[in-house]
Design a protein around this ligand. Structure first.
Ligand code: HEC
Ligand code: HEC
Ligand code: HEC
Ligand code: HEC
Ligand code: HEC
Ligand code: HEC
Ligand code: HEC
Ligand code: HEC
Ligand code: HEC
Ligand code: HEC
Ligand code: HEC
Ligand code: HEC
Length: 325
């Protein structure tokens, strides 16, 4: 900052002196070159001390010395780097650095013009970068006022929940429809009941539910079976690993029977046979008809003899058929 200020001062003084010396030259009758540049053999002072020198020149123009203009004005001018802008705009630099995400770019990528604000011209909007120039309208026509939600362009993903409150459906049709069309207690909870605090936060089930069906169940497990937007529509179990005790939390009789049977069904998991919730498989789907034609014709219900799929108690040949059908 300081350095820049002094540099600027020196530069201004130098310019002033240059102007002064121009007039001096004119007076002395030297032809002013058309281009003004190097042809004019006036010395442009390069330091504060030079002031004295110029005054000297006034008295006796000594124009022989090598003009340093070339060095001053021929250098390649590079745009200020973000770090250089940061000398004066440190807070913005800091936000970009910490939270800028993909906006951590060269400032002048966006600020093609800057330091042009003039309250008299009321030109703030005109000189500020336009989001839609680079992004178009990513959320559609309805969301034109980018800065109403993206309040800090140098931290573009930071969105206040309040600025999107009640507008979820305009960008998230699918979850909104799912919640609305599938009856469940979560309809009462509402989007912001779960996605609270800040936009995009995903809640843990245990913020509201004391526990799962068995101890130590994780949220990842909950989501294997439950879509939070339609929690009562249990997902298919195909391909999952589910401990029988989870089912047993609600189907104790079946769990106990399966756990205590010595038959080969006891080695199977619940979901091996029940690959989606509520589905009751048919014995013949896995076994076909293992007995004689005659027997199956006479007793179409396997369970007449086998009694229960989970215990597969030894068939009571005398009783079962006698019970009829
Ligand atoms: C000079 C072009 C330019 C301008 C102007 C611009 N952006 Fe970006 N923005 C980008 C680029 C490039 C990316 C990175 C895109 C990518 O990699 O997918 C980006 C990324 C983003 C992202 C995602 C950030 C992340 O970290 O994932 C958001 C949000 C965003 N811009 C919003 C805005 C908003 C709002 C404005 C206006 C206030 C704006 N942009 C102005 C060029 C621009
Ligand atoms: C991705 C684009 C983008 C980048 C990169 C970017 N800006 Fe900005 N900046 C904007 C936009 C858009 C606004 C307009 C905000 C408004 O209209 O109020 C803005 C506003 C500003 C303002 C005036 C408003 C304020 O908060 O004081 C300053 C100063 C500024 N930027 C400096 C910088 C500096 C310095 C850098 C680099 C370190 C930088 N910007 C990088 C997009 C950008
Ligand atoms: C020597 C200090 C200094 C440097 C270096 C500097 N600025 Fe500024 N800038 C200011 C001051 C002072 C203002 C006006 C007060 C304010 O808004 O903070 C300003 C205002 C701005 C504004 C808002 C008003 C306008 O007219 O555009 C933007 C945008 C901006 N600067 C961008 C930049 C960028 C980009 C860089 C680097 C390429 C940069 N500035 C480098 C001092 C500086
Ligand atoms: C109603 C609020 C709202 C408005 C208005 C709005 N946005 Fe967004 N925008 C968001 C939210 C919320 C996100 C998601 C941020 C996140 O990732 O958490 C987002 C994300 C983005 C992204 C990143 C997209 C992605 O898929 O990663 C870009 C780019 C973006 N906005 C640009 C814009 C531009 C440009 C405008 C104006 C034309 C705009 N936004 C207007 C709320 C808004
Ligand atoms: C202007 C559009 C817009 C609005 C309005 C909006 N969002 Fe988003 N939201 C987005 C975008 C864009 C993303 C980023 C999507 C991505 O990263 O795939 C996002 C991300 C999310 C995520 C995180 C998704 C993930 O995979 O982590 C959640 C949760 C979310 N939004 C919920 C909400 C809720 C709840 C509301 C209403 C209070 C809302 N959003 C309003 C655009 C919006
Ligand atoms: C009972 C709490 C709860 C409610 C109510 C809820 N969500 Fe979610 N939402 C979640 C959880 C948990 C996830 C993470 C799911 C995952 O990771 O599989 C999620 C994921 C999301 C996602 C990102 C994944 C996706 O499906 O696209 C979005 C967007 C989202 N919710 C938006 C909404 C909106 C909009 C509403 C209101 C209509 C809403 N949510 C209501 C808990 C909820
Ligand atoms: C913000 C609070 C909240 C969060 C987070 C939440 N729930 Fe709920 N959930 C409720 C409330 C309230 C009910 C209704 C009362 C009850 O059953 O405890 C409910 C009910 C349910 C029901 C029964 C639905 C019905 O209609 O009877 C299921 C299943 C459920 N939640 C699963 C989940 C799962 C899985 C998660 C995590 C992905 C989760 N919940 C996250 C608040 C929440
Ligand atoms: C293996 C699948 C599975 C897993 C894993 C699972 N659930 Fe369930 N959940 C169910 C089934 C099936 C129901 C009963 C649905 C019905 O009543 O039709 C249910 C019902 C519920 C209910 C309704 C209230 C009740 O007890 O009847 C809540 C709440 C619930 N689950 C929360 C959770 C939470 C929280 C987790 C994770 C800790 C979780 N569930 C993990 C399958 C699962
Ligand atoms: C939170 C309690 C709960 C859990 C956990 C649960 N169920 Fe259920 N289950 C129920 C309820 C309640 C019903 C009856 C309501 C219905 O038909 O949806 C049911 C119905 C069934 C039925 C159909 C019963 C019939 O008479 O039609 C089968 C089969 C079943 N469950 C298997 C399972 C399996 C396998 C698991 C484990 C992956 C499991 N359940 C986990 C509560 C649960
Ligand atoms: C999802 C497939 C499936 C269904 C449905 C099924 N079973 Fe089985 N069953 C098996 C498997 C696997 C075995 C073990 C075969 C082996 O190890 O040789 C078995 C074995 C048996 C055995 C021999 C038990 C033993 O310990 O030797 C009987 C009896 C039996 N099943 C009867 C039934 C009856 C009755 C039903 C209908 C109520 C039924 N099964 C439904 C898969 C199934
Ligand atoms: C070998 C296959 C198999 C296994 C393993 C199995 N079941 Fe079943 N289950 C069946 C069959 C077949 C039926 C249908 C019986 C019928 O048609 O009445 C059934 C019916 C049920 C029913 C409905 C009971 C009724 O009265 O109608 C429930 C609940 C059930 N099973 C839960 C479970 C649970 C919980 C487990 C794990 C502890 C489990 N099952 C393991 C094959 C199996
Ligand atoms: C009239 C009674 C009866 C009926 C009905 C019946 N079974 Fe059996 N089943 C038996 C007897 C008895 C055994 C031999 C028991 C044993 O060895 O423990 C047996 C054995 C089996 C075995 C084991 C055979 C093996 O090779 O290891 C299977 C599998 C089986 N039955 C499936 C079925 C199926 C599927 C149905 C219905 C389509 C059915 N049963 C109907 C009485 C019956």
């Amino acid at each position: 900052m300081r350095k820049a200020f002094w540099g600027m001062l020196v530069f201004l003084i130098a310019g002033l002196i240059w102007l002064v010396s121009c007039t001096t030259t004119a007076k002395t009758g030297e032809p002013a070159s058309k281009t003004g540049g190097p042809a004019r053999k006036i010395e442009a002072p390069s330091s504060g001390k030079a002031v004295g020198k110029v005054e000297l020149a006034k008295e006796a123009p000594r124009v022989k010395e090598v003009p340093p203009e070339k060095a001053l004005f021929e250098g390649e001018i590079k745009p200020l780097s973000p770090v250089e802008c940061a000398r004066c705009h440190y807070p913005i630099y800091r936000i970009l650095k910490d939270q800028g995400g993909k906006h951590r770019q060269v400032c002048t990528n966006c600020h093609e013009v800057y330091h042009r604000y003039n309250p008299l011209k009321n030109n703030w909007k005109a000189i500020m970068p336009r989001c839609d120039k680079c992004h178009g309208l990513p959320h559609g026509e309805a969301a034109r006022e980018c800065l109403s939600c993206h309040q800090e362009p140098h931290s573009p993903r930071r969105i206040e929940l309040a600025s999107v409150s009640g507008k979820c459906v305009s960008c998230h049709q699918r979850p909104s429809e799912t919640l609305q069309t599938h009856e469940s207690a979560h309809q009462e909870v509402g989007c912001e009941g779960c996605h609270s605090e800040r936009h995009g936060r995903v809640p843990k089930c245990f913020e509201c539910h004391d526990e799962g069906h068995v101890p130590d169940q994780t949220v990842e497990e909950c989501l294997m079976c439950h879509n939070p937007h339609m929690p009562r529509d249990i997902k298919v179990f195909e391909g999952l690993e589910v401990d029988n005790r989870v089912c047993g939390a609600c189907h104790k009789i079946e769990l106990d029977r399966l756990a205590s049977t010595t038959t080969k069904h006891g080695k199977q998991t619940c979901i091996f046979c029940h690959n989606r919730h509520g589905f009751k498989p048919k014995c013949v789907g896995c076994h076909g008809k293992p007995h004689s034609e005659a027997l199956h014709r006479k007793f179409p219900q396997c369970l007449k003899c086998h009694l229960d799929p989970h215990s597969l108690r030894r068939p009571r040949l005398t009783e079962a058929p006698a019970q009829g059908k």
